[in-house]
Design a protein around this ligand. Structure first.
Ligand code: HEC
Length: 121
């Protein structure tokens, strides 16, 4: 009798542990998905944009509303067609009138996170 109780408790403990591990795993997947934007990356992207893109684009959280070329990043972020993937691809391809700025993969991620953070939902 006491042996039986003991193993039932043990089994329940194991079940709880499995559920907790599964939840942690799903949380990690969610993060890796980019669904959550790390604030550090956004801040780094903001700094990069100030350093590399400001010369031509308006940087900041306030849209100028002006239809100009190049567009400000708030306008880019809030276009329905804009996705993180599209931005990533755009930053890898050459940007016609842009000087040869070599954007590395982690820098591109930061810039994309920064631009996407300007999206109002
Ligand atoms: C020398 C000027 C210049 C610099 C510097 C520059 N851009 Fe641009 N950018 C442009 C111009 C001009 C366009 C519009 C024409 C085009 O799409 O190539 C543009 C377009 C874009 C677009 C697409 C907007 C759209 O309408 O679809 C994105 C995104 C963008 N730039 C991001 C960046 C980022 C990020 C940086 C900094 C790493 C940067 N640009 C630096 C000139 C520049």
């Amino acid at each position: 009798m006491s042996m039986l109780n003991h193993s039932a408790v043990w089994r329940r403990g194991l079940l709880v542990a499995i559920i907790v591990l599964a939840a942690l795993f799903l949380l990690r997947l969610h993060r890796a998905d980019g669904a959550e934007q790390p604030t550090e990356s956004i801040a780094a992207g903001h700094r990069l944009a100030e350093a590399w893109c400001k010369e031509c684009h308006v940087i900041g959280t306030i849209a100028t509303g002006a239809k100009k070329v190049p567009p400000d990043f708030v306008a880019v972020a809030n276009r329905h067609s804009t996705t993180a993937l599209w931005l990533k691809v755009f930053l890898k391809t050459s940007h016609p009138k842009m000087p040869n700025i070599i954007v590395g993969p982690s820098e591109a991620d930061d810039l994309v996170n920064y631009i996407m953070s300007l999206k109002r939902d």
